[in-house]
Design a protein. Structure first.
Ligand SMILES: [Zn+2]
Length: 418
């Protein structure tokens, strides 16, 4: 469950209108400056040709809403239940087969219905990388005490986002392995403003939260059990002295939280309609990048757009936010991009949030948006081994001095404005 936080009521409608218009004006005026000044990292925009290649890589598009990963996840899976363990085992098996580093954080939490065993699942492609982007979703479903409500599945909440993560991991693994091979052998791609060895210092991590749902009413203590546990755990896990962030002599000592460049949280997705807004000025630019990925996919005819569903990404910069797993991280200074449908799907927290609530075109569209967004964030392209050869490793300076050694590779370019 996720709940909208409503700001306190203004004294009059006129005042509300004034504040609203003023905020909009302010936000519009500052938008350009904010987007560029908050973007602290490169984003490697791909050509339409590369995007077409990427979306046609394995795994193939889904053929049904209850096949594959979704078929394994569309069961009631409240925290502490046997089904919850089954789902954990399934997620674990997918990532283990792909060769990702696995971390589990089991803990016992106190809930209104008694003590429950929770466990977050964390998968990292390169655990030795100094920085990371996290893409996260919750795998538990909401608990209800009585039949038939206790058959609640939560297809959009959040079986579909978890399945999208599994699809994305399968898609990214060969590309990341290829990159690892290049970098490990000193053959990382080097071109103007792109040093693959440097880019590979940002890895990707998938976090699957347990215990997002409240057991009774959504409160600070009855909700986001897994996220609260993990944020606190990471805040108290300090980096070794050899970690690059420690060389910057940050004070207080840097913790695991400092290694998170961005946390992208997916929730309430997979039905026909989505409307995604940006809630944090720090990541307005990431919202714009994901919107751009969707627009380019549409332009190239690579996604099926259902009637009335052309615009999934709203331009309005929202204030406040929606209660969800990101909060304990946000409150500790982590940069958040909250990808959640607003308003919530009509089926939210009802038995109707089952396979029938999902749309195959929408799921496929999300999978492709996430492919493009992740690749552009990580600087990955559809490169084959034949396009990335360099006889001997050169330093960036050598390559910049001697243009003859520049490699005519990925159509990536620097968009950062620092
Ligand atoms: Zn929910």
């Amino acid at each position: 469950m996720s709940r909208i936080r409503i700001p306190s009521s203004p004294p009059s409608l006129l005042l509300l209108l004034f504040v609203f218009v003023s905020c909009l004006t302010l936000i519009t005026a500052r938008q350009t400056r904010d987007e560029s000044s908050y973007q602290k990292r490169d984003f490697h925009t791909l050509s339409n040709e590369d995007i077409t290649k990427l979306v046609n890589l394995d795994p193939p598009q889904w053929n049904g809403v209850d096949e594959g990963h979704l078929g394994k996840l569309l069961i009631p899976r409240a925290s502490g239940s046997q089904n919850n363990t089954l789902v954990q085992n399934y997620i674990s098996s997918v990532f283990t087969n792909l060769g990702w580093h696995e971390e589990k954080t089991p803990f016992r939490g106190t809930t209104p219905i008694g003590d429950i065993d929770f466990q977050n699942l964390i998968y990292t492609f390169d655990p030795s990388a100094p920085r990371k982007i996290i893409i996260a979703a919750h795998f538990d479903s909401k608990w209800f005490p009585d039949f038939p409500a206790n058959q609640f599945i939560g297809a959009t909440d959040s079986a579909a986002p978890v399945s999208m993560i599994l699809d994305l991991a399968e898609f990214l693994t060969p590309l990341l392995n290829q990159r690892k091979g290049r970098v490990d052998s000193g053959r990382g791609i080097l071109k103007r403003d792109f040093d693959e060895e440097e880019v590979a210092e940002t890895t990707i991590q998938f976090v699957l939260f347990d215990g997002e749902e409240a057991f009774r009413d959504w409160t600070a203590t009855d909700s986001i059990y897994g996220a609260r546990h993990l944020a606190e755990l990471w805040q108290n896990t300090f980096l070794p002295s050899s970690h690059p962030l420690n060389k910057r002599r940050l004070s207080p000592s840097p913790s695991v939280l400092n290694t998170i460049d961005h946390l992208v949280l997916l929730d309430l997705l997979g039905n026909k309609h989505s409307m995604i807004y940006s809630y944090f000025r720090e990541t307005d630019w990431l919202h714009a990048k994901m919107k751009s990925a969707d627009e380019r996919l549409q332009h190239e005819g690579l996604v099926e757009v259902e009637k009335g569903e052309k615009e999934w990404f709203g331009d309005m910069r929202m204030r406040g936010g929606i209660g969800d797993d990101h909060l304990p991280f946000l409150h500790r200074g982590v940069s958040i991009f909250h990808v959640i449908s607003n308003p919530f799907p009509k089926v939210w927290h009802t038995l109707a949030d089952d396979a029938s609530a999902l749309s195959l075109p929408a799921l496929r569209r999300w999978n492709r948006i996430l492919r493009v967004f992740s690749c552009e964030y990580l600087g990955l392209g559809p490169l084959s081994a034949t396009t990335s050869k360099s006889p001997t490793k050169k330093t960036t300076d050598e390559l910049r001095i001697n243009g003859m050694h520049m490699l005519p590779l990925a159509r990536t370019y620097k968009t950062i404005v620092e």
